[in-house]
Design a protein around this ligand. Structure first.
Ligand code: SAH
Length: 214
């Protein structure tokens, strides 16, 4: 179930769907997604589907994790230093990012999910990650600015705070909308307060909610 062949098949599927960044594919190949799920679901870890992680939340589909990660890397062209993730969830996307950029900051509003993610990331020896229990709609102001921000929960409108926490030429990848969502790529124009927005593809994410839970 967790054999290399099963993961290889997943990577092949992602390539068939157009994911082409080898660095990203390599990381997907080597990251044990089954460790980010409860045991009862771990046998489904290498299917290309979103899976429940409790509290009404889901671990995103591998395709979308791979796609968002490669968009982030391509749009920022070069080595990313500080990256913010909104919505730690299981910590899987966090783990993928941690293997491709210098430092990952990730914010989650549901405390028990954050606690589990922290343990998994520690078990995998990923030390370049800092987690925060907070409403990620406000970003993580004291740690910004960020070279890139990736949101794995969808707001109705792009929060101004996230845009403002982008470094010069910083990149924000975020699903936006309610019933119908689209993945947006927002790039800060140099050091200015101008942002270029591109709509990429239709997606389906859990909503970005306000506030935090214990
Ligand atoms: N990246 C996650 C995806 C989890 S689903 C993974 O790979 O497993 C999105 C997550 O966003 C959920 O855990 C949800 O609780 C969280 N979330 C929703 N609104 C949020 C907010 N305002 N601040 C922080 N996290 C939020």
């Amino acid at each position: 179930m967790t054999s290399l062949r099963t993961r290889e098949r997943l990577v092949q599927r992602l390539m068939d769907q157009g994911v082409s960044d080898y660095k990203v594919l390599d990381v997907i190949r080597s990251t044990p997604r089954h460790l980010f799920l409860d045991e009862a679901l771990s046998h489904r870890a290498y299917e290309d589907s979103a899976l429940p992680i409790g509290y009404g939340q889901t671990l995103s589909q591998p395709y979308i994790v791979a796609r968002m990660t490669e968009i982030l890397l391509a749009a920022s062209g070069g080595k990313l230093k500080r990256v913010l993730e909104v919505g730690t969830g299981s910590g899987y996307q966090t783990a993928v990012l941690a293997q491709l950029v210098e430092q990952v900051f990730s914010v989650e509003r549901i405390k028990p999910l954050q606690d589990k993610a922290r343990q998994r990331l520690r078990d995998l020896g990923l030390r370049n990650v800092q987690l925060n229990h907070a409403d990620g709609g406000f970003g993580w102001p004291s740690m910004g600015p960020f070279d890139a921000i990736l949101s794995t929960a969808a707001p109705q409108f792009v929060p101004e705070e996230l845009k403002q926490q982008l470094a010069p030429n910083g990149v924000l990848v975020i699903p936006v909308g309610g019933h119908a969502q689209s993945l947006q790529l927002i790039v800060r124009d140099g050091e200015s307060d101008k942002f270029m927005t591109q709509e990429l593809e239709p997606v389906k994410f859990v909503p970005l909610l306000s506030g935090t839970t214990r």
